[in-house]
Structure formats: C-alpha cells, structure tokens
Design a protein around this ligand. Structure first.
Ligand SMILES: Nc1ncnc2c1ncn2[C@@H]1O[C@H](COP(=O)(O)OP(=O)(O)OP(=O)(O)O)[C@@H](O)[C@H]1O
Ligand SMILES: [Mg+2]
Length: 234
C-alpha cells in the first residue's frame, strides 16, 4: 500500500503495471518478475502477479510458494491469464493493488502485445551476448509503438565481463543495476522463494534491492516509497 504526503496509507488510484518481456527464451523474465514482485511486496506495496506464459514457470514457482508458506504468507496475489482476458484481468486487479507484474512468454505475439499495451513500464532482461542484444529490438519496438517506457536490465553478467561493459555502452535505457550470474537466483526457485529470502545479505539480494529502487523511480513511485520505508521502520 502506498503512503501519501501526509503519511496516510492509501491505495494508488490505479495500480502501475510492469510487464517483463523479451523475445529471447531464457533471458531471465520469470526470475526477474518473481524477484521484483517479492521485493516490492516486502517494501509494503500491494502486489499482484500475472503469468501469461503457457510454460507456466511463474505459476509453478507460486504453487510451491503457497504450498510451503500458505497463501497469506506468499504475500502476492497471483493469476494465470491468456488472450483477450489479459486487459480485463489487469483492469480488475488494478482496483485493489498498487503494482501488477506480468510475466510474458518468449515471443512477441498477441498475448505479449496485450501485456505491453497494458503496461506503464516494460522491463527487459538482456544477457550480455550479441544474440540476446539483437533479440531485444523486437520488444523495444513494440513498446515504443505502444508508447510505453522501456527499462533494459543486463542479466547473468559474469564477473569482470568486458563484453558486458561493451554492450552496456551500446544499449539505451539500461538500468545502473546489473544482475550477476548467480546460483542464488535459480536455487531459490526450488523453494518458491527469492534469492533475498533465502540469503538476505547476498549479492543477489543487494542487486534486486537496487533494481527495485530503480524501477520505483522509473514508475514515479520513489517519493511514496521513501516515505513508506520510513513509516515501516518505526
Ligand atoms: N541472474 C541469473 N543468474 C543465474 N541464473 C539465472 C539468472 N537469471 C536467470 N537464471 C536462470 O536462467 C534460466 C532461465 O531463466 P528464466 O526462466 O527466468 O528465463 P525466462 O526469460 O523467463 O525464460 P522463458 O523465455 O523460457 O520464459 C533459469 O534456470 C534461471 O534460474
Ligand atoms: Mg519465463
């Protein structure tokens, strides 16, 4: 839940929608969607996640999460939707949430287009390889056509990667935060958790925290977020 300038809790009039997309398979969409969703929920935002990918990876992750911790402790609303139902489900969830995260499939066909059209921000994981960078243009073009801002995130970056440095110089709209290539990001999924929940002070946890702050800034929610963090500390 967000906090207004008087420090009063409130639901944002209309939830912000983040679509995680990338035509390239295995780029890290689901990993990023789950980590951002939990990190935002931990900061007190009311978060809903929508899996529109028929592979159902996020659905699987959430299923384990609920089995292990129960629906309430899972901390997120979760829906699986496809096709023409996407816009109406987003609209429905917007009434009772602050932020909605959509995990999309590895293509840019009609379902992904619905998810981009509904978004306030498209977050695109990109692995530091030429093939991944080339694949990125499809989703960036779609987002631009829909007039939705894009935020690219370098993911699975090996330590001291010269290629990643080179690519980072070439890519526009790249976050300052880079996600390292870390076992923590995959291992946590077995438990329906995030890296930060398993090892709170890990490098992965710090990266997710920093990315979450950048995303909130990009959504124009950073001011609310800072007030909210102070309120939670009290
Ligand atoms: N930063 C990372 N470090 C280590 N492993 C990662 C990282 N990001 C993702 N992975 C791993 O890479 C694989 C693919 O990630 P993920 O499923 O998130 O990609 P995706 O883009 O959603 O794939 P798809 O296109 O099939 O939906 C998974 O095994 C995941 O655990
Ligand atoms: Mg996926």
């Amino acid at each position: 839940m967000a906090v207004n300038s008087n420090g009063l809790f409130m639901i944002l009039k209309r939830a912000k929608v983040i679509t995680v997309g990338q035509q390239k398979g295995g780029a890290g969409k689901t990993t990023l969607a789950a980590h951002l969703a939990v990190a935002l929920a931990e900061r007190g935002w009311k978060v809903a996640t929508i899996d529109i990918d028929p592979q159902g990876t996020l659905t699987h992750w959430y299923g384990i999460r609920v089995k292990n911790f129960g629906e309430e402790m899972a901390g997120l609303t979760f829906k699986t939707v496809s096709g023409w139902r996407i816009p109406s489900e987003v609209e429905r969830l917007q009434k009772s949430h602050d932020i909605i995260l959509i995990d999309s499939p590895p293509h840019t066909e009609s379902d992904a287009k619905h998810a981009i059209a509904a978004a306030d921000l498209v977050v695109v994981p990109v692995q530091p390889s030429p093939a991944d960078v080339w694949a990125t243009s499809a989703i960036v073009t779609l987002a631009r056509q829909a007039k939705v801002p894009v935020q690219l995130v370098l993911n699975r970056v090996p330590p001291q990667s010269k290629l990643a440095e080179l690519i980072a110089k070439e890519l526009p709209e790249l976050t300052n935060t880079q996600m390292g290539n870390r076992v923590a990001y995959s291992g946590c999924f077995v438990h329906g958790m995030t890296a930060g929940e398993v090892v709170p002070r890990s490098k992965a946890a710090q990266e997710v925290d920093s990315l979450t702050t950048e995303v909130l800034h990009r959504l124009g929610l950073a001011k609310n977020a800072a007030t909210h963090a102070r309120k939670l500390k009290k």
